[in-house]
Design a protein around this ligand. Structure first.
Ligand SMILES: Cc1cc2nc3c(=O)[nH]c(=O)nc-3n(C[C@H](O)[C@H](O)[C@H](O)COP(=O)(O)OP(=O)(O)OC[C@H]3O[C@@H](n4cnc5c(N)ncnc54)[C@H](O)[C@@H]3O)c2cc1C
Length: 312
């Protein structure tokens, strides 16, 4: 039954849709089993159509951007996985306003606005992922964050309508928006940023400083970025290091020697290996220091998606 519906939706989406694709190929950390139906949405029409078709057919669906912040399960995801590759960006010189499709690469937008001398996104010059993922996570670095410059966004509502919302709608907090907690039934289609004219040379110097800081502090290799949020008044990396866990391995994953809040897939790592390191760090830090670390990355379990599937 589901198979028939998946096949019909795949046929309707033509070349954008593929069956049984290893998500590890697309995820930043190189981990993740098969997507039953993978849709690569290269334009806004395909993005919206894929969601509406899945909804109509009663197929569970999720939209992802760069998959830079998600631990995907080894046994893959049922239903439809949509990868958002809508990359269009409009720069309005008169107003320093940027309207970006949600699949645009956030670092490229930040680099271009920095080059133009438009201040407000320079902190993101080295941020992996897409505009949509950055909005959902209220991504931030070096004192900047999405919430500070986002002035509006277009969303696709569960009823299938495009709606323009202001920043308040997102209820932004530290690395949080209401979409992080939502039932994943709303997607960000585009985002508008209001920037301000600044001295281009000063912005370029900042960009260089941020890039160098990332290179100095963040380990190279396949990671999901910071594994845990920093607890109030402390640093997750410092606590994991103090717990004596730097360099600890589980299967093909290791806690970085350079920065203990980064876990690296050395090539053959699995979600189970990554999860084992997460569990170990949480348990040891709590046992030794009485602090419960909360994951910053999102951990997706297949059961979550199949529950949604069977609930339909
Ligand atoms: C090396 C490294 C460094 C990093 N440094 C930072 C940093 O300094 N600061 C920081 O905040 N983060 C950092 N991150 C984490 C990550 O880059 C950001 O959170 C990024 O914004 C995620 O974007 P993405 O497109 O990859 O999202 P994904 O990982 O694909 O998705 C993240 C979440 O957003 C949802 N989502 C994605 N797009 C949409 C959309 N259009 N509509 C609705 N929901 C959507 C997904 O369903 C998922 O729930 C880092 C990661 C790495 C690997």
């Amino acid at each position: 039954m589901t198979e028939r519906r998946l096949a019909a939706v795949a046929a309707a989406l033509g070349e954008a849709a593929q069956r049984d694709v290893p998500l590890a190929r697309h995820s930043g950390v190189g981990i993740g089993g098969l997507a039953e139906l993978l849709v690569i949405a290269r334009d806004r029409g395909t993005l919206i159509r894929a969601v509406l078709l899945a909804q109509e057919a009663g197929i569970a669906w999720r939209v992802f951007g760069g998959l830079t912040n998600i631990l995907l399960p080894d046994d893959g995801l049922r239903g439809m996985v949509i990868l958002n590759h809508t990359r269009g960006v409009d720069y309005d010189t008169a107003t320093c306003r940027v309207v970006a499709e949600s699949g645009a690469i956030i670092a490229k937008v930040a680099q271009e606005t920095t080059r133009r001398g438009w201040g407000g996104l320079t902190w993101a010059v080295g941020l992996p992922g897409t505009v949509g993922g950055a909005v959902v996570n209220n991504a931030g670095a070096f004192g900047g964050e999405i919430a500070k410059t986002l002035s509006a966004a277009e969303i696709l509502t569960p009823e299938g309508h495009i709606q323009t919302v202001g920043p308040d709608w997102f209820a932004f907090q530290y690395r949080y928006s209401r979409l992080k907690a939502a039932a994943r039934q709303v997607i960000v289609v585009s985002a508008t940023f209001e920037l301000t004219l600044r001295d281009p040379a000063a912005l370029a110097a900042k960009a260089t400083e941020y890039t160098e800081r990332r290179q100095r502090t963040q380990p190279p290799g396949r990671t999901l970025g910071s594994t845990f949020k920093n607890p109030p008044g402390d640093y997750a990396g410092r606590l994991i290091e103090a717990a004596g866990l730097k360099g600890t391995r589980r299967g093909g994953c290791v806690i970085s020697e350079q920065h203990a809040n980064f876990f690296i897939n050395e090539g053959h790592g699995t979600a189970a290996d990554y999860q084992a390191l997460i569990d170990l760090a949480q348990a040891e830090v709590e046992r030794q220091f009485g602090i419960r670390l909360e994951p910053e990355i999102e951990i997706v379990k297949q059961s979550a998606v199949s529950d949604q599937l069977s609930a339909r």
